[in-house]
Design a binder for this molecule. Structure first.
Ligand code: DGL
Length: 278
C-alpha cells in the first residue's frame, strides 16, 4: 500500500529538465525519448551564448547556474546536464546548490568506456573546455585503475554538425586530423565527449576503421546519460512508463534556427521553441 501511494506522488508527474549550451543536447533528448518515451521533457538551449566549449570554467559555472535556475523554477523530478563542457566543470556545484537529482554525461560515459575497452587505452574527444578540465581522466580513473586516457579537443566538429555537414571531404578530413594521434597511440575505445558528436558517429566509425589496425568501440555520451537517467528514475520509482510524454523547448536566441536544425540535423521533432531570457 505505501508503495502505491508513493507512486502517485506529484514528483512522478514532473518533467525531466535537460539543458545544453545550445542545440547539441538534442542528442540527449533523442536518447531519452527512446529510453523513456513516457517522460515529459523541458529542454533549455542557451543558443544566445553558445559555444561554451572555449570559455573559462567560472563563466561556464555562472551560465550553468542560470540554466538550472530557469528549469528548476518550473518543477523537475530530475535534471540532465546534456553539455559535456558544463558536466566537466559545474556538475558538483549544481548537485550541492540545487535540491534535485542531477545526471551529467561524463561519469556514465566513463563507466561505459571502461566496460567495452579491453586494453584500457581510451580516447576522448570533446571541446577545449572539456579536455582541459581533466574531468574524463578523473571519471575514467575512478571507474578503472588500469586505464590510460588520451584526450583530444575536436572543436571544429561542432560547427560542421550545425551546418548539417555530416559527410564528404571536409568533415572527413577534420575527423581524420583529430583521430590520427589517438589511433597512433592504439586506443580501442573512443568517447564521443560532446553533445554534437553522436550525429557524426557513422563518419567517425568509418574513419576509425580506416586508421586503426584493430576495432575501436565508440561511446556516445548521450546514450550513456540516458541509460543513467533510466537507472536513477527506476531506483527512485519515479519513471513514468505508460504514456507518451511531450517535449517543450526553450532557447535564448533564434528559435526558428533551433527548430530547423533540430529537426533536420538532429532528427528530433521540434515543432516550436520559445524564446526566453535567463
Ligand atoms: N554542448 C557542448 C558540449 O557538449 C558543445 C558546444 C559548445 O561548445 O557549447 O561540450
Amino acid at each position: 500500500m505505501p508503495r502505491t501511494s508513493r507512486k502517485t506522488t506529484p514528483r512522478l508527474d514532473l518533467p525531466i529538465g535537460v539543458f545544453d549550451s545550445g542545440i547539441g543536447g538534442l542528442t540527449v533528448v533523442r536518447a531519452l525519448r527512446d529510453a523513456l518515451p513516457g517522460e515529459e521533457i523541458l529542454y533549455l538551449g542557451d543558443t544566445a551564448r553558445v559555444p561554451y566549449g572555449g570559455r573559462g570554467p567560472d563563466t561556464v559555472v555562472r551560465y550553468a547556474r542560470q540554466c538550472t535556475r530557469f528549469l528548476a523554477a518550473r518543477g523537475l523530478k530530475l535534471l540532465v546536464v546534456a553539455c559535456n563542457t558544463v558536466s566537466a566543470v559545474a556538475l558538483d556545484i549544481l548537485r550541492v546548490e540545487f535540491d534535485l537529482p542531477v545526471v551529467g554525461v561524463i561519469e556514465p560515459s566513463a563507466r561505459a568506456a571502461v566496460e567495452v575497452s579491453r586494453t584500457g587505452r581510451i580516447g576522448v574527444i570533446g571541446t577545449e573546455g572539456t579536455i582541459r578540465s581533466g574531468a574524463y581522466e578523473r571519471a575514467l580513473g575512478t571507474a578503472s585503475t588500469r586505464c590510460e586516457v588520451l584526450g583530444q579537443p575536436a572543436p571544429l566538429l561542432v560547427p560542421l554538425v550545425e551546418e548539417g555537414w555530416l559527410e564528404g571531404e571536409v568533415p572527413r578530413l577534420a575527423v581524420e586530423r583529430y583521430l590520427t594521434p589517438l589511433c597512433e597511440r592504439g586506443i580501442d575505445a573512443l568517447v564521443l565527449g560532446c553533445t554534437h558528436y553522436p550525429v557524426l558517429r557513422p563518419l567517425i566509425e568509418e574513419v576509425l576503421g580506416s586508421l586503426s589496425s584493430h576495432p575501436v568501440a565508440t561511446i556516445s555520451s548521450a546514450d550513456a546519460a540516458a541509460r543513467e537517467v533510466v537507472a536513477v528514475l527506476r531506483a527512485r520509482e519515479l519513471a513514468r512508463e505508460s504514456r507518451r510524454g511531450a517535449a517543450r523547448f526553450f532557447v535564448t536566441d533564434r528559435p526558428e534556427q533551433f527548430v530547423r536544425v533540430g529537426t533536420r540535423v538532429f532528427g528530433v521533432e521540434v515543432e516550436s521553441a520559445e524564446l526566453v531570457d535567463l
